[in-house]
Structures are given as structure tokens and as C-alpha cells.
Design a protein around this ligand. Structure first.
Ligand SMILES: [Zn+2]
Length: 264
């Protein structure tokens, strides 16, 4: 069984984090989940494929959209006879640049970053380099980065066995290959950085083509040739001073993803 941290909050199965196919909603997001009776906020891992077929998808996505495109909303709670105020983080993707049937695209208000929210469920964060690729009619690719996870309980595996395993083989072993539809078409490059046998901790990276909806690709290909980059007077100071939710994120990672580690 997957432990709580790595189990999909929708299907309960293990989530191997792969950009474009899964996500981890950190607790600080304060994503209100009115459909839950046991906890006021949604927190944890999910497979995008599970989100697509989920009965609470629309409520989840409406709340997620509000957080990603906003800049911090006050939530007022009554608990124990007292009123508490919490502030959601805002991720500042506040400039809508495209709205279609399948997806919406927003630009960040302070940095050259974009967010594609799909109606089906998955979302994608894009950076300047990925737009440059789209402008040349290439495919936006996630560069991957340092992911760290604890594999679920099961037969013991040696570091050598884990290192020698391909991504498809690993997903088969985890029993979750069907949660990543279309992954092989994204030409995933899976790299094992390390595996701790006793703790079952795997550090890895997956670079992969992001499965953007076709209308988003078409729109962004022409948009990417025309947009005006944001030039900051002092980029370093701005990025450091804007907090964890608004700073420039390296290498196309989603907010909340593990920080990039150097390539090994
Ligand atoms: Zn799932």
C-alpha cells in the first residue's frame, strides 16, 4: 500500500510524481474542499487521470483556479466559538490571455511564466524556454528535476535493480501504469539519481513532453512569437523578495514541486 503522503487522494493508489501527469497539492495552498467531511482543505497527491473522471472535479478546479490566478484571499472560519482568518497563497497568474472550450491560459503578473488550465483537469506551467520551443512549432517539454519519493511496501529491491529499471517497468511494478495514459508518447527520459534500499527512498528525474491540449499549442505557437518579455530592474531582488508563492520558479516546475537538484 502507498503511504498517505504518496497515495492519490482520489484513487488511493501510489503516485509517482511525473510532470504533466500528477501533482502534489501542498498544505499551505489552503485549497478549500467543501465536498470533504473530514477535513476543510484538500492536501496531497493526485493523478491527473483520476482528476479527469472525479465527481468533485469541477469544484476542485474552480477553487484551484481561484488560488492560481489570484493573489491571496482571506478565508474566515468559525471554530470553537472563535473566528479565525487564514490567507490563501496566491500564485499571481492573473492575466488571462486565452479562453477556449478545452482550456484557459493565464500569464503571471510579474514573471515570464504561463499557466494552462484544462477543462479536463490537468494543468501545466510554462516558462520562457518552453514558449520559445512552441514558437518554433516544437513540443513544450518539462526538463524534469529532483523528485524524491518513498516507494510503497513490497518485495525488497536493490539499488542496482531500481537503477536498471525503466520508467514503464517501475510503473508496472507499482501497479499504476494505467494512471499515466499517453506517457510513452511524451518520450519520457527517466533518470534514477539514487535509491536507498532500506528506506525505499528513490530520487529521480523525468523529463517529458507535456500533453498540452492542441488548441493551447496552436494559440501559444503564435503568441510566443509576439509577447513582450517582462524585464525587471533587479530580477534577483524581486524574486527573493516576493515569497515562495510568487518567486520565479526554475526550469518549468510547478509551484509546490520539489526544488531542482543538480543533474547527477
Ligand atoms: Zn489516482
Amino acid at each position: 500500500m502507498a503511504d498517505d503522503l504518496n497515495s492519490c487522494r482520489i484513487c488511493g493508489e501510489f503516485v509517482l510524481q511525473i510532470p504533466g501527469w500528477s501533482y502534489y497539492v501542498p498544505s499551505y495552498t489552503l485549497l478549500r474542499a467543501e465536498w470533504q467531511s473530514d477535513a476543510p482543505f484538500f492536501e496531497g497527491a493526485l493523478h491527473f487521470s483520476c482528476l479527469s473522471g472525479w465527481e468533485h472535479r469541477e469544484a476542485f478546479l474552480a477553487e484551484f483556479r481561484s488560488i492560481m490566478t489570484g493573489y491571496g484571499r482571506s478565508l474566515i472560519f468559525e471554530a470553537g466559538g472563535e473566528t479565525h482568518t487564514l490567507t490563501q497563497p496566491g500564485f499571481h497568474f492573473g492575466n488571462p490571455i486565452y479562453q477556449g472550450e478545452d482550456c484557459e491560459i493565464f500569464r503571471h503578473t510579474a514573471t515570464d511564466s504561463w499557466l494552462v488550465l484544462t477543462q479536463r483537469g490537468p494543468w501545466f506551467r510554462l516558462e520562457r524556454e518552453q514558449l520559445a520551443t512552441l514558437a518554433e512549432l516544437g513540443t513544450a517539454r518539462s526538463a524534469g528535476g529532483g523528485e524524491r519519493t518513498r516507494l510503497p511496501e513490497g518485495p525488497s529491491l536493490t539499488a542496482e535493480e531500481v537503477s536498471g529499471m525503466g520508467l514503464a517497468e517501475l510503473l508496472d511494478l507499482l501497479g499504476s501504469a494505467d494512471r499515466y495514459p499517453g506517457l510513452s508518447e511524451g518520450a519520457p527520459e527517466y533518470t534514477v539519481w539514487s535509491y536507498h534500499e532500506r528506506k525505499r527512498v528513490l530520487e529521480y528525474s523525468v523529463a517529458v513532453d507535456l500533453p498540452l491540449p492542441a488548441p493551447a499549442r496552436t494559440f501559444l505557437a503564435s503568441y510566443a512569437r509576439e509577447y513582450q518579455p517582462i524585464v525587471l530592474d533587479d530580477e534577483t531582488e524581486s524574486a527573493e523578495g516576493s515569497g515562495r508563492d510568487a518567486g520565479r520558479k526554475p526550469e518549468g516546475q510547478d509551484p509546490g514541486a520539489a526544488p531542482s537538484a543538480p543533474r547527477g
